[in-house]
Design a protein around this ligand. Structure first.
Ligand code: NAG
Ligand code: NAG
Ligand code: NAG
Ligand code: NAG
Ligand code: NAG
Ligand code: NAG
Ligand code: NAG
Length: 636
């Protein structure tokens, strides 16, 4: 055997040995589904949490009105003709011409105590902000039917009224005029005189709030039966043409339109990126496994909007659902139709096997930074019930997330594999030989074949080790199988980064092979990498170089505890072992990486929930390693 081929073989074996772990996800069928719109009481926890967020003190400061609306009678039938009367939780769209004021009114008559308690929204939780009712004169008796026993009279309590609005469309700058500044916002106005049906910025009683990124939210404690407010459009120069379109809603059960500014409330993260696609996931939609199925069965709760960071399109609409729908370049859902560019599904992949919503975006540009904004648009059965039929059904815009597509073309994001169900990241690829679908299948089939070899092997070994066994921690054959599958999927399907990536934790692989486009690295570059380092000149499995031929790339190595966990979970008789980190041992650094606090220094099987711990392994490591090599040589 020649020296290079021997060392290459060794590296390959080390890699396969390293192949020893990837636990905790049982091969049960994934729950991925394009869920329908079945009612789902269990999503409501999440909804409540999101809603509560809007009412936290920090956010309230700018929205909470300190005055109480007094006076005024019932609105219906006696309001001026220029007042638009809004219904509870019934958003309506209007057009605003520059320099104009639109007047709105809302009648609390007929709103029952049940509505007022605002379980979903927060009338009840807003008590601190509500002024006690001071009844005016007799003229403020509600005109609605108060003889019915079921109706609680408005005058007996103060109710919080939530007014919210979103800008759906702005006047446009005429072409040629500079677009450096944000589009012109609208103003939301109340009057400190509650009986004033025409709040106006020219009056001293005016209380004005400018829309912020296309949204305005204001709550007031109303002890009278009517609430009046107006929306004012500024005068504009001739640089602009067209009008505003906005949506406005009044609710007694929380804001119909709301947004979250607090970065810590972000729900979106990036699972994988390549030069044309991105895989984005929400965080867990519940922390309670008992809710999982119901959430999976419910409709996807979020809509995703994406645009490039440099694009001016999102200016002024970052907090507006209908504005995002109008302007964002990519929408997972628009006019109730799913986008061709976004594949959306519900999944329980990942640690804890809790429900998440997944978005797989295609058709992106390479080396481009994008902004993703989630909007909670889903409606739940609990909401409907608690609103006694008149569902709030509101929308909540969450903080934005940024991600950047890669430059190179030999890493591709794959997900939704049949066997290695947890895989959802970029892998070494070659577009000349495989499209994303066939690439995913290629890796998955490889792992499945390896696993069936392992299953044959495990049948010949007394798997249930005696409890006294020193190294086997009395785990069962099933534990061993799960650990093996987790390890296998992690090491057989490497996590890929561009060759040009400057991630210090990414290891050069396959430097000797040509890129799919035919160019090779310069001799001097390869020499600089090290002709004596087979781990860098080839992939961890020779199979990848031969069958996929991705050319040079970088790999985020599996975490070493992935291997230790396998060794701990399987009978010693199977002969699994792990290379140990000692200095310059290529067998280790060419196969695994160690965890570093707070950094993505290594690749974890997302579903594993084991506690890492290598102590028991060190004993007899060398010997175990030798056995392992012998055992695996026949398989790889
Ligand atoms: C817009 O300009 C007109 C004419 O000058 C004025 O009457 C009106 O009050 C202005 N509107 C606003 C909102 O400033
Ligand atoms: C008020 O309710 C009573 C009894 O339910 C009914 O007879 C009456 O017609 C109602 N009046 C109005 C104005 O709706
Ligand atoms: C989901 O929950 C699990 C279990 O609590 C946790 O380990 C995991 O980190 C969570 N995932 C996300 C994306 O928050
Ligand atoms: C990609 O870039 C082209 C040219 O700049 C642009 O027209 C297109 O909208 C971009 N597409 C995406 C999805 O960013
Ligand atoms: C081939 O692809 C590599 C990696 O993406 C790139 O660096 C190189 O410039 C490409 N060569 C040609 C001739 O396009
Ligand atoms: C990504 O890489 C592929 C494969 O070479 C290439 O065909 C495609 O043009 C690249 N995509 C972008 C958006 O640059
Ligand atoms: C991917 O390639 C396979 C065969 O290699 C083909 O059957 C399939 O239609 C392709 N899929 C797409 C989306 O192009």
């Amino acid at each position: 055997m020649t020296a290079p081929s021997r060392s290459r073989r060794l590296a390959s074996l080390a890699a396969s040995i390293t192949l020893l772990y990837l636990a905790a996800f049982s091969p049960t069928t994934a729950l991925d589904t394009d869920a329908g719109n079945a009612p789902n009481p269990l999503l409501d926890d999440l909804i409540l949490k999101l809603r509560d967020g809007a009412r936290r003190d920090g956010l309230d400061v700018s929205y909470e009105s300190e005055f109480t609306v007094f006076g005024g009678g019932g609105l219906k039938g006696r309001a001026s003709e220029d007042i638009h009367v809004l219904g509870n939780n019934r958003p309506e769209r209007f057009t605003a011409v520059r320099g104009s004021t639109s007047y709105f009114g809302f009648s609390l008559d007929g709103i029952t105590a049940r509505d007022e308690s605002g379980i979903t929204g927060g009338g009840a939780s807003r008590q601190d902000g509500i002024h006690s009712a001071l009844e005016g004169d007799g003229t403020s008796k509600p005109e609605a039917n108060t003889s019915g026993e079921g109706l609680i009279r408005r005058q007996e309590t103060s109710t919080t009224v939530f007014v919210s609005a979103n800008i759906c469309r702005y006047p446009e700058r005429k072409s040629g005029t500079p677009s450096a500044s944000d589009p012109p916002q609208l103003w939301l106005l109340f009057s400190s005189d509650a009986s004033d049906e025409h709040p106006d910025s020219t009056k001293p009683t005016a209380q004005t709030d400018m829309f912020y990124e296309g949204a305005a939210m204001k709550s007031i404690g109303a002890s009278t039966s009517s609430v009046y407010f107006s929306i004012e459009a500024p005068n504009l120069s001739d640089d602009f043409e067209g009008d505003w379109t906005f949506e406005v809603a009044v609710s007694t059960s929380g804001w119909y339109h709301s947004f979250e500014d607090d970065e810590t409330q972000n729900m979106l993260w990036t699972a994988g990126l390549d030069n044309a696609s991105a895989l984005l996931m929400t965080k867990n939609l519940t922390e309670d496994t008992r809710d999982a199925q119901a959430i999976m069965d419910s409709g996807p709760p979020f809509t995703l909007f994406v645009d490039s960071v440099d694009s001016p399109r999102l200016k002024g609409v970052r907090h507006s659902y209908c504005g995002l729908e109008t302007y964002a370049q990519i929408a997972s859902m628009k006019d109730k139709k799913p986008s061709d560019q976004v594949l959306m599904s519900m999944t329980t992949r990942g640690a804890g096997r809790l429900p998440k919503q997944q978005f797989w975006l295609a058709g992106l540009n390479s080396t481009t930074a994008y902004t993703g904004i989630l909007v909670r648009t889903g409606q739940t059965s609990l909401e409907k019930r608690q609103n006694d039929g008149s569902s709030n059904g509101g929308v909540r815009v969450l903080p934005e997330t940024q991600f950047q597509t890669t430059t190179g073309d030999n890493c591709r994001v794959i997900t939704d594999l049949d066997f290695c169900t947890e895989v959802e990241y970029a892998v070494p690829a070659n577009d000349n030989k495989f499209n994303t679908t066939s690439l995913a299948k290629k890796y998955d089939d490889y792992a499945r074949t390896m696993y069936s070899n392992f299953e044959k092997a495990i049948q010949q070994i007394p798997c249930e080790a005696p409890v006294t066994s020193k190294y086997s921690l009395a785990r069962s054959c099933d534990d061993c199988k799960i650990a093996y599958k987790n390890w296998l999927c992690t090491v057989a399907i490497p996590r890929c980064e561009d060759f040009s990536s400057n991630n210090p934790y990414a290891l050069i692989r396959n430097a000797e092979q040509a890129f799919p486009n035919g160019t090779s690295l310069d001799e001097s570059v390869i020499n600089g990498i090290g002709r004596d380092k087979p781990a860098l000149l080839h992939s961890r499995n020779a199979w990848i170089d031969e069958e996929i031929a991705p050319g040079p790339y970088k790999e985020i190595l599996p975490c070493d505890d992935v291997c230790y966990h396998l060794v701990q979970s399987c009978p010693a008789a199977m002969g699994f072992g792990c290379p140990l980190p000692n200095g310059d041992d290529e067998m280790f650094w060419g196969s695994y990486a160690q965890r570093k606090d707070g950094e993505q220094s290594c690749s974890m099987p997302p579903s594993s929930s084991f506690v890492g711990g290598a102590a028991t392994l060190t004993a007899g490591g060398g010997a175990v390693f030798a056995v392992l090599v012998a055992f695996w040589a026949s398989i790889l």
